[in-house]
Design a protein around this ligand. Structure first.
Ligand SMILES: Nc1ncnc2c1ncn2[C@@H]1O[C@H](COP(=O)(O)OP(=O)(O)O)[C@@H](O)[C@H]1O
Ligand SMILES: CC(=O)N[C@@H](CCC(=O)OP(=O)(O)O)C(=O)O
Length: 256
């Protein structure tokens, strides 16, 4: 990965429920930020699930994406753009990252392509880079939730797809951190490399599915758009992130 190219790191929601792991990861982020601009994008699917149940809603996912009726959006946004974003900003501040909490629509950073079959769900597309570039130039760390908006209404975007759009916007590198050490074969081993053609076969065989299929789509789309590999890796071993960024075989590198 090139020096001074912005790095977009996506954190899955379950990481934010592990205080020790998030503290260790943010300490590594501080080291990364000493060398290159850093932007964090977070999920929070587990937190959304818990909030929706507390408010008496039933919720389901279709192909890894949450069906989001508009009447559930205040709760979904309350969890993602409210509690989870504010908590991550607080922890990132403590770690010295100078964070700025934002949603995807801030400064027109993303545009949105709605998926009406799933309710208020949308895919994010790259929009205007000026706000994020200006924050990065001033050494802030933008911290984005995956909440968007269109026509005055809130939208729920899968956080991997949100990170992909932001990475394409900034022509950056993308690191998708999740609760498994990479994309796994059916025997449980991590695949160190994966091409678009190989991925197609593994999806057809049902080896890659659900949330990992969405992550794979986000990675392939970005790898194709920027003609550079995208990494899916685990957050459980933050000590491997600096070697990963130095080019060592950690997690799964996805090639266009
Ligand atoms: N081939 C695969 N390799 C690894 N994980 C997979 C695979 N297929 C499906 N998964 C599932 O995808 C999950 C990661 O996606 P997701 O739950 O959306 O993570 P996150 O919340 O970090 O975005 C894994 O925990 C696993 O249950
Ligand atoms: C449309 C859609 O599926 N939105 C996701 C947004 C959060 C997310 O992606 O969280 P993780 O990264 O922790 O899975 C959701 O509601 O769960």
């Amino acid at each position: 990965m090139t020096e001074a190219t912005p790095l977009v790191v996506k954190l899955g929601g379950r990481l934010l429920q592990e205080p020790k792991a998030i503290a260790e990861l943010l300490a590594v982020c501080q080291q990364i930020k000493a060398n290159r601009p850093l932007l964090l994008v977070h999920g929070g699917g587990a937190q959304v699930e818990s909030w929706l149940h507390t408010f008496g809603f039933v919720t389901e996912k279709v192909d890894g994406q949450r069906v989001s009726p508009p009447e559930q959006m205040p709760v979904i946004a309350g969890a993602l753009a409210g509690a989870v974003n504010a908590e991550l900003v607080a922890l990132a501040d403590q770690a010295g990252l100078a964070p700025v909490g934002l949603t995807l629509g801030a400064g027109g950073s993303c545009r949105f392509e709605c998926t009406p079959a799933l309710g208020a769900v949308a895919k994010a597309l790259p929009g205007q880079p000026a706000l994020l570039q200006s924050l990065l130039q001033q050494h802030f760390t933008p911290v984005l939730s995956s909440i968007g908006h269109y026509d005055g209404a809130l939208l729920n975007v899968n956080a991997d797809l949100a990170a992909a759009a932001l990475c394409q916007l900034l022509q950056g590198d993308l690191l998708l951190l999740t609760d498994v050490p990479g994309i796994l074969q059916d025997d449980g081993r991590v695949m160190t490399k994966l091409s678009a053609a190989e991925a197609k076969v593994l999806v057809a065989e049902g080896v890659i599915k659900g949330g990992m299929k969405v992550k794979l789509d986000a990675a392939l789309d970005t790898a194709q758009a920027l003609q550079r590999p995208i990494v899916v890796a685990g957050w459980q071993q933050p000590e491997l992130l600096l070697p990963l960024l130095a080019g060592q075989a950690v997690g799964t590198r996805i090639y266009p």
